[in-house]
Ligand binder design. Structure first.
Ligand code: HEC
Length: 268
């Protein structure tokens, strides 16, 4: 209850703050807001809704997601996100959290693939169940060290594909991810661009997603982050929960190995 009240209070505060942020959007300001909110991240509301959705019987099969296996056994969420993406024998491929969630909604709950990916990203007046579920599931790895494996050949391949995509240049500006994310201390306007090839930066960037975005008033997942960066790159956006996005995620997640997972966090 107390947790919920803090979060509601935080949302009120944030409304004022986003207006201020729109004008300044400097790193210092964000640090100040983070401090003000301390342990009142509005993402808690998404986590709570996610937990409820996780336990609610839904879909044509009228079952909950509680038997979904994220790699550590059916229904085991503790530490699961810190080891994703990973190889899943039952589908013989590497999946990230969001692909796996879609898989469970289809196989356990009986949703059609189209229904299972409906509303991956929320907007005003249109909540996303996926963002809530992802918040809940990833929060169950908070405080744990990222430990993404590349023991399986398919995990290795996903990593290599992700790496290739990271360095692949093209589009109207001839950009790659590396153009913006492979130099220390680089900025675009006032935003710092993490150097994903520097382990400290890679850890800080990866371990804080999903994140409540003050500027958007929503919790955003890694899929959303990457779709937005493909846009920044002037590339066509890969499909939601596609293997290309899982490969890029594999590259980012593995580069963050050893970092302590701290999401869902709070970001500009
Ligand atoms: C044109 C520059 C540009 C390109 C190209 C680009 N990004 Fe980004 N990226 C950004 C900016 C700007 C942000 C911060 C956005 C914000 O704060 O709203 C960001 C944020 C990120 C973050 C989150 C960092 C954090 O600390 O939260 C990740 C991860 C990321 N990008 C990965 C990628 C990947 C992977 C690609 C290639 C598919 C890519 N980016 C391509 C500009 C770019």
């Amino acid at each position: 209850m107390i947790k919920q009240r803090t979060a509601v209070l935080a949302v009120g505060l944030l409304a004022t703050m986003s207006a201020v942020l729109a004008q300044t959007s400097s790193t210092d300001e964000i640090a100040k807001y983070r401090q003000m909110l301390a342990d009142g991240n509005p993402a808690e509301l998404w986590e709570m809704r996610g937990e409820e959705l996780w336990k609610t019987r839904a879909g044509p099969n009228k079952v909950s997601l509680e038997q979904c296996d994220f790699g550590k056994g059916a229904g085991v969420l503790k530490g699961a996100y810190a080891e994703l993406p990973r190889y899943f024998r039952d589908v013989n491929k590497v999946m990230d959290l969001e692909q796996r969630l879609v898989h469970c909604r289809v196989t356990l709950q009986g949703l059609s693939p189209a229904e299972a990916v409906k509303t991956p990203f929320g907007a005003a007046g249109k909540k996303s169940d996926i963002e809530a579920l992802v918040s809940y599931i990833s929060a169950e790895s908070r405080g744990m060290k990222m430990a993404v494996s590349s023991a399986h050949p398919m995990e290795q391949r996903a990593y290599e594909t992700g790496k290739q995509l990271f360095f692949y240049r093209g589009g109207s500006h001839d950009f790659s991810c590396a153009t913006c994310h492979s130099v220390d201390g680089q900025r675009i306007r006032l935003q710092e661009l993490p150097n994903i090839l520097n382990p400290i930066n890679a850890q800080a960037a990866y371990t804080t997603w999903p994140a409540y975005r003050v500027s958007q008033g929503e919790v955003r997942t890694m899929q959303h982050r990457l779709a937005d960066c493909f846009r920044q790159q002037r590339f066509p956006e890969p499909l939601y929960a596609s293997d290309a996005l899982t490969a890029v995620t594999m590259f980012l997640a593995k580069n963050a190995n050893g970092g302590v997972y701290a999401g869902p966090a709070l970001k500009r």
